[in-house]
Write a protein that binds this ligand. Structure first.
Ligand code: FAD
Length: 800
């Protein structure tokens, strides 16, 4: 048959019949589900995670996935529910799979393959379109072939163009670990059941008028995001870095936030560049100046003596004792703007001399004993995400500094289902523990913005708060029991719902930032995963209206998981980070604008609010009704699920903006506080005025915006984000603005920080916050617990 000839009607029907033939679907199902899936799943350790309810996926659709291994097709098929995989047709290279008769027959039988032209020969053009027209869902790997390195390559626009032409959604899927399990050139997985994650995103449709190029880029971004998240969200296995890195535990970029290869993209957000130009006078289209290269970084040589190094090696094994430059650099600082500015200018005063990775509490105890005996300094390390200078060794420290990384201690040890308690090792990062809990139907409900890269031990040591704290509480409420290894012994606090055993030792350890010892595990409250979880969006005509509504919601019978309202500047920022809206979306934006204008709202004063609901269907319905009444009473209006769902999906990606701005000469950071309801508005005004006056002192056009989050009976947290284009002395300029903001908090009746701890950054305001006598009590605690200052010295209370 001449393939280039258009097939006649009957030939055409015959040619496509096999793709949705019920008769062929039965043997295919048997092969896929009874042979292939058990085989792949037994030779590797596969975890499937999904951000959306794929059962609701309309047919047909196109699965787009990254491609690095022959395992990918069975993995995707095995990960999807039967309704979606039954007729799923996998794209296969026409020049390879369709040239040889037996190969064509076999792959068609097993994977329902259809030919994809890679060679420029368009002999199969139109096949995929016709399949979609006939309702057959497709699997396409837009890279056009398997990646040799395992890294995601560039995407060809075919899949996106097809989705646009046929008006079908794409389902993005990231496959993590398949390359390591069975790279190109291998036909059988490596031994030891290597970990693989199949991460399924939410369906994505092309916007009206979106070009294939732009849609391709959006899909690629989404797959990279899913990939990065799964890569950092694994269990003990998936946190293990494969290949070329030196440590067995995964860390963030040494120079910035999050995963290497993931960054903020502004080009698909048309309002972002003009917004930034107006806000701080920065042209984001000017070419970025990337941070210096790692080789250029000047790092002081390690000072550890042979004897201590040998002792540590004896305890942990040589592979868990690191003195290389990269290990020491990533354990030196946190991720505050000060840390980022310093690392970008190679301003590292003192790095840890050695990084150790204990496997269990006994090894922690032995390391602590050896360190204290050698009068060394021990700095516990969780995810390295703090922003208050909580990790940095004192610049003048002459003793050996040991960074004790808990990354290998990341297991959920036990769930007491009767009590709703889980015992978890301190080094478990957010995704580690949530996934392990979710597998048994539970959640801890603690989701700080840094969730993907911070640990249970770090949360406890900094008194962290997650965005669903209104329902689940702050970490201080969540932690019921814990174990802390200190010099000479282990503090063991049993999990108790409440107790009256004198001043609370548990409370003393909460927020101790490593100064009292090393937290090795904690027993925390966990909750059944609620059947319904929604974040809905509302608009208020003014900040006052928004604040008043949040207060009333917190007092009402509704108990939402999230109560959040942004001031007008932050609302404008949120709108500026939207992706291009065209067609229906833009029409609904226009309609909304019209309604608001007709209502007499000042569009520059709009305040966007998100309220989160969790629970049974009827409970959520009841809460929504109560909230709606309060919102209306304060002149606000409901604007739908869309913005809330988007916020929920993108909330962990926002931190990447900081590095994007730093690359372009602007510094952005956050400061947050909590105060009683009666003081919030005054605190807000005082802080805004202080920041703008600080900008005036510097002669820069600065930006500051705020949202209310974390509501309590008596007050709430106000969270400020500020940014400006810095000059030659960025740290000095930053200090000036940051100090003005912090002082305003204290002056207006707020605390120095609601959930970012003290570290060294907030220490100057400690006396104002808790009084001279309060500081004296705390100093007494640290001095008696650690007289030789072996544990993370100078944090919270600097040496006097
Ligand atoms: C972009 C961004 C967003 C953030 N969002 C939030 C947020 O929403 N909510 C929030 O609460 N925080 C937030 N933070 C701050 C930070 O993530 C928290 O302070 C977090 O709790 C730190 O955890 P970690 O595991 O990264 O700890 P690290 O940064 O590694 O350590 C922090 C401190 O805790 C000590 N420590 C760590 N582990 C232990 C242990 N096992 N035993 C004893 N001491 C220990 C360290 O010595 C150090 O003093 C954010 C930070 C960034 C950069």
């Amino acid at each position: 048959m001449n393939l280039k000839m258009a097939p006649s009607g009957t030939t055409r029907t015959k040619r496509y019949r096999r793709f949705n033939s019920r008769a062929l679907a039965i043997p295919r199902f048997c092969i896929q589900r009874m042979m292939l899936k058990p085989l792949v799943w037994s030779l590797t350790s596969v975890r499937v995670q999904s951000e959306s309810d794929v059962n609701k996926m309309p047919l047909p659709f196109i699965v787009v996935a990254n491609h690095a291994s022959h395992l990918d097709t069975p993995l995707v098929i095995g990960a999807l529910p039967r309704r979606l995989s039954r007729y799923l047709a996998a794209g296969a290279a026409a020049d390879y799979f369709f040239e040889v008769r037996w190969r064509k027959w076999l792959t068609s039988l097993v994977f329902n393959t259809f030919p994809v032209d890679r060679t420029g020969n368009r002999s199969h053009s139109g096949v995929s379109r016709e399949l979609l027209r006939r309702g057959v869902p497709l699997l396409i790997f837009p890279e056009g072939g398997r990646s040799a390195s395992g890294r995601i390559g560039s995407f060809k626009p075919g899949a996106a163009a097809l989705a646009i032409t046929c008006d079908v959604p794409c389902l993005p899927v990231a496959i993590v670990g398949a390359h390591e399990a069975m790279p190109r050139g291998k036909n059988w997985p490596v031994r030891g059941r290597p970990p693989i994650v199949v991460s399924i995103g939410s369906p994505v449709r092309a916007e009206p008028d979106e070009t294939a190029g732009a849609f391709t880029q959006r899909l690629a971004e989404e797959i990279r995001r899913l990939h990065a998240r799964s890569d950092s969200s694994g269990d003990s296995n998936s946190r293990v870095v494969r290949g070329d890195q030196m440590t067995a535990v995964k860390h963030m970029k040494w120079w910035g936030w999050g995963d290497e290869g993931v960054s903020f993209e502004y080009r698909n957000k048309p309002e972002f560049a003009p917004f930034v130009q107006k806000a701080v006078g920065l042209d984001v289209t000017t070419p970025p100046v990337p941070p210096l290269s790692f080789d250029e970084l000047e790092v002081p040589a390690p000072r550890i003596g042979e004897q201590l190094q040998e002792q540590l090696t004896d305890i942990l094994g040589a592979e868990h004792v690191h003195t290389d430059k990269m290990s020491r650099v990533v354990h030196t600082l946190g991720k505050g703007i000060r840390d980022l500015l310093r690392i970008r200018s190679s301003d590292l005063n003192r790095c840890p001399d050695v990084v150790v990775y204990p496997a269990d509490e006994e090894q922690v105890r032995l390391v602590v004993e050896a360190a204290v005996e050698a009068d060394a300094v021990v700095i516990p390390f969780g995810g390295g995400s703090n922003i208050s200078g909580s990790l940095e060794p004192p610049p003048e420290e002459q003793r050996v500094v040991i960074s004790l990384d808990l990354g290998r201690m990341n297991q959920v040890l036990e769930i007491d289902e009767n009590s709703g308690l889980a015992r978890i090792q301190a080094g478990a990062q957010g995704p580690d523990l949530e996934r392990a809990l979710a597998a048994r139907g539970w959640t801890i409900g603690h989701f700080p913005d840094s969730f993907a890269h911070s640990t249970l031990g770090g949360w406890i040591a900094t008194r962290s708060s997650g965005m669903q704290s209104d329902k689940y509480g702050d970490i201080a409420d969540i932690v019921r029991g814990l174990r802390l290894v200190r010099s000479g012994g282990t503090v063991a606090l049993r999990p108790l719902p409440s107790t009256s055993t004198g001043p609370s030792i548990r409370e003393m350890i909460l927020g101790s930032e490593g100064r009292l010892g090393v937290i090795t595990e904690a027993t925390v409250n966990v909750h059944r995963i609620p059947p319904v979880r929604k974040v809905l969006a509302y608009l208020f005509p003014s900040w006052d209206a928004g604040l008043a509504a949040m207060r009333e919601i917190s007092e009402s019978d509704a108990s939402p998981s999230v109560t959040r309202v942004s001031d007008a500047p932050e609302t404008a920022f949120s709108f500026a980070t939207r992706t291009a809206s065209k067609g229906l979306k833009s029409a609904s934006t226009k309609a909304l604008t019209k309604v608001l204008t007709m209502r007499g709202w000042d569009l520059d004063q709009l305040c966007l609010s998100f309220i989160g609901y969790e629970g049974s269907e009827s409970h959520v319905k009841y809460e929504k009704k109560l909230v709606k009444r309060i919102v209306s009473k304060h002149g606000g209006m409901y604007i739908g699920e869309g913005p809330g769902a988007l916020y929920d999906q993108k909330k962990f990606d926002t931190p990447y903006i900081r590095d994007f701005l730093l690359d372009r000469g602007a510094a952005a950071d956050v400061s947050e506080t909590a105060a009683p309801w009666s003081k919030l508005r005054h605190l807000y005004d005082t802080t805004m005025a202080a920041a703008h006056s600080a900008y005036d002192d510097l002669g820069v056009r600065g930006w500051i915006m705020c949202h209310l989050s974390h509501s309590y009976h008596s007050g709430a947290c106000l969270y400020f984000t500020f940014a400006f284009v810095h000059g030659d002395e960025p740290l000095k300029q930053y200090d000036h603005v940051k100090s003005a903001i912090q002082q305003a908090f204290i002056d207006a009746g707020g605390t120095l920080s609601h959930h970012h701890a003290v570290g060294v950054e907030h220490a100057p305001w400690l006396t104002d916050d808790i009084s001279e006598e309060g500081v004296s009590l705390m100093r007494g605690l640290f001095e008696s617990a650690d007289p030789r200052r072996n544990f993370n010295p100078d944090k919270i209370i600097p040496r006097s």
